[in-house]
Design a protein around this ligand. Structure first.
Ligand SMILES: [Zn+2]
Length: 459
């Protein structure tokens, strides 16, 4: 029985955590905070060459930064990939590589505003360690996401700083060179396409400020579903008439429901569902698209829930993200809470109650198998069991908050949080203040009980 619960729990976990190996020691560990240069990340350009496909990928990453102090610049890499070159304002510069750190001496950083480019390679898909961000680079398709900006945690391929980046939204471009038969997609608009010999290069420009960005590339068949609110595109690796029918049934009602419940319109001009291979077993909600691992397409019940969860990420974090230690809960607990509300509205109270029991079971199974920690102490890099506590007990925490202050007040809390903090992100304390102001209730005990204590509070 226990095993059965565990299997289900692996499947539903968002962000494909089932097969991914959490980064065990992050390169920032032990680096004193004071050694971070104070920087602001302005924009980001990613150039990916998927040739040759034999498990090799060449990447150039360019970011515009404001470096606000005269110190050496340290870049902390999440991976062991090979750094071929570092350029500032497109000039090659001398750098030192020491394990996972790159150091650029301050005399090489002449401007306050710099354009820093890093050329690297060596992400091998057969090496599970290398699969954290570039989820898969294989014969079928490639998929990548940079979600480091979702949470104030070091989750990028590399990071310049984790503490002093105020602007967490970025603009930029993603250019992908891939086999001619393939197509790619990203959060932005297709700005350029060049076909040369066997290669196709597509360049995506991201004009809207987003939190993290993603791309997928592969031999996709594109299915379009016209609808009155927003058209949906499905990028599928095989023919799936059922998947098209399901998307037709689910997407529009979910988007409309969230628009009315949250009170803010869907923030993008299109919506895409992308199938990714089984190296990525969960789902992921990116700006204007959701990606879903292949194995889920055979499980309509899981898929329905996954659509609800991932679509809600179009608002959280893309309309509002958490920006302190409460961020992981704020986004994933919120996504599970909103999936619960959408299920209630679209499927009825019985389905909602089933989902509540299901969240509880997953929480109990997870909490039994590990040394339970309070939600606030669980990090995105912790084990799947601990993470499941954030997702499922976290979803129930928002639901309990709704029970305490009432559904209308809860809607108002979501509406006002985005309205007031949508530009800059929200801290846990600020979120609590909004909820307290609207409900006229002191919520210290409530937040303490759900976030800072272990166990499932009695109803
Ligand atoms: Zn999620």
């Amino acid at each position: 029985m226990k095993n059965k619960v565990i299997i289900i729990l692996m499947i539903v976990c968002c962000m494909g955590c089932a097969q991914q190996k959490p980064i065990e020691s992050l390169p920032y560990d032990g680096v004193p905070e004071a050694s971070y240069p104070k920087t602001t990340w302005i924009s980001h350009a990613l150039e990916v060459n998927l040739f040759p496909m034999e498990y090799y990928m060449q990447v150039t990453d360019t970011i515009e930064l404001q470096v606000n102090r005269e110190e050496d610049l340290h870049i902390y890499l999440d991976q062991d990939f090979k750094v071929d070159g570092v350029r500032i304002q497109n000039q090659n510069i001398v750098f030192e590589r020491n394990d996972k750190q790159i150091r650029i001496a301050k005399e090489h950083i002449p401007h306050k505003d710099i354009q820093l480019s890093i050329d690297y390679h060596g992400l091998f898909p057969k090496d599970p360690e290398a699969l954290w961000m570039f989820k898969m680079i294989d014969e079928d398709a490639a998929h990548c996401f940079f979600e480091g900006m979702w949470y104030p945690m070091p989750m990028d391929i590399y990071k310049i700083d984790t503490t002093n980046i105020d602007i967490k939204k970025i603009k930029g471009t993603v250019a992908i060179t891939m086999p001619k038969e393939w197509v790619s997609l990203s959060n932005g608009e297709l700005a350029e396409e060049v076909i040369e010999g066997q290669e196709r290069k597509q360049t995506w420009r991201i004009e809207e400020e987003i939190i993290g960005f993603s791309f997928a590339a592969g031999p996709y068949a594109v299915n379009r579903i016209a609808s009155e609110r927003i058209d949906t595109e499905l990028y599928l690796l095989e023919e799936r008439p059922d998947a098209v029918k399901d998307a037709q049934t689910w997407v529009e009602p979910l988007i409309k429901y969230y628009e009315s419940f949250i009170g803010h319109p869907y923030p993008f001009s299109r919506f895409t569902v992308v199938e990714v291979s089984d190296t990525f077993s969960g789902g992921h909600g990116d700006a204007s698209f959701i990606s879903i691992g292949q194995s889920n397409w055979h499980r309509p019940i899981i898929m329905k829930w996954m659509y609800a969860h991932e679509i809600s990420h179009q608002w959280f974090p893309h309309q509002l993200y958490g920006k302190d230690e409460g961020a992981f809960w704020f986004l994933e607990g919120m996504a599970n809470y909103l999936a619960l509300k959408a299920t209630e509205a679209l499927e009825g109270p019985e389905e909602r109650d089933f989902l509540i029991q299901y969240y509880k079971k997953i929480y109990i199974a997870s909490a039994t198998l590990v040394d339970e920690k309070p939600i606030i102490d669980i990090k995105i890099t912790d084990s799947d069991f601990l993470r499941n506590i954030v997702y499922h007990k976290g979803g129930l925490a928002f639901y309990a908050l709704e029970k305490k202050i009432g559904e209308n007040a809860m809607k108002q809390v979501l509406y006002e949080s985005i309205d007031e903090y949508g530009k800059n992100g929200i801290t846990l304390k600020e979120f609590q203040q909004v909820a307290e102001k609207i409900s006229n209730t002191n919520l210290d005990d409530f937040f303490d009980l759900w976030l800072y204590q272990i166990g499932m509070p009695e109803e």
